[in-house]
Write a protein that binds this ligand. Structure first.
Ligand code: TMP
Ligand code: ASP
Length: 237
């Protein structure tokens, strides 16, 4: 499909969004900018945009084939992805297979222990408030999503996990946890945003080393190397 790139409509922390000559299509431009802790920490991860675009494409194709509809249309170039135009549901959906990150910190739990069955958490997508953890009751109170939509979100978040966890395991990576965003396209729910080392935690099966944005968050070094290694394993390049 050929579309021409229109004006910039939004610039986020990791991506720029452009409108196109098709009112139902957007172009996402993946940047190398990295932020953490609600943008208090800022940096650059060289070629991260290319890596995240390619990994997201592979994973969106996998999910579509597995019955989870996504906003993905096609990858246009190294850093550009064509998507359906959606209205983002302002909820960050986190699925956790292993205790890590904010879950360990908030509840004083030991990192590395398995969570069976996996759990789904919701965060209110609001930078000014620091994306607070919310309950289904808060979602209802603030009318962030209809109850039926929320049930669909939960089901597809768990289905995404059931499809992705074995895919990564076959490639020597443990899918510790990840964040998803959903959107409404002509009233229908679809998975949106990106799925990449920015939005997932991956631990190497053998060494248990972080292979994701935690290397940037925690100043662990070899950040670019880890992103390239995940790309190599995911896209068989
Ligand atoms: P957390 O343990 O810090 O809550 O993160 C859970 C997962 O969500 C982890 O895989 C990283 C991802 N994540 C994002 O994609 N964006 C964010 O802003 C945060 C805080 C986490
Ligand atoms: N992307 C988020 C930010 O800057 C946080 C994170 O991924 O840790 O704020």
């Amino acid at each position: 499909m050929t579309v021409s790139k229109g004006s910039l409509i939004y610039e986020g922390k990791a991506k720029k969004l452009f409108e196109t000559d098709n009112a139902d299509r957007l172009i996402h431009y993946f940047k190398d900018d990295a932020t953490a802790f609600n943008a208090q920490k800022k940096g650059t991860i060289v070629e991260k945009g290319i890596v995240n675009n390619k990994i997201s494409e592979r994973l969106f194709r996998l999910l579509e084939a597995g019955g989870v509809p996504t906003h993905f249309v096609e990858r246009l170039s190294d850093r550009e992805m064509l998507t359906k135009k959606v209205r983002i549901v302002p909820i960050e959906v986190v699925v956790r297979n292993i205790i890590a990150g904010s879950l360990a910190k908030r509840l004083g739990l030991k990192e590395g222990e398995a969570i069976t069955p996996p759990i789904v958490e919701f965060y209110y997508k609001n930078d000014a408030l620091g994306d607070p953890l919310i309950t289904e009751e808060h979602i209802r109170l603030m009318k962030l999503a209809e109850p039926a939509v929320l049930n669909q979100i939960k089901a597809w978040a768990l289905r995404t996990n059931a499809l992705l966890a074995p895919f990564f395991a076959e490639r020597g990576l443990i899918l510790v946890d990840f964040k998803l965003e959903f959107g409404l396209h002509n009233g229908k729910l679809v998975l949106a945003d990106e799925i990449s080392p920015d939005t997932c935690r991956f631990w190497d099966q053998k060494t248990k080393e972080s292979m994701d944005k935690d290397r940037f968050r925690k100043d662990l070094g070899k950040i670019e190397e880890a992103y390239q290694e995940v790309l190599r394993r995911v896209c068989d390049v």
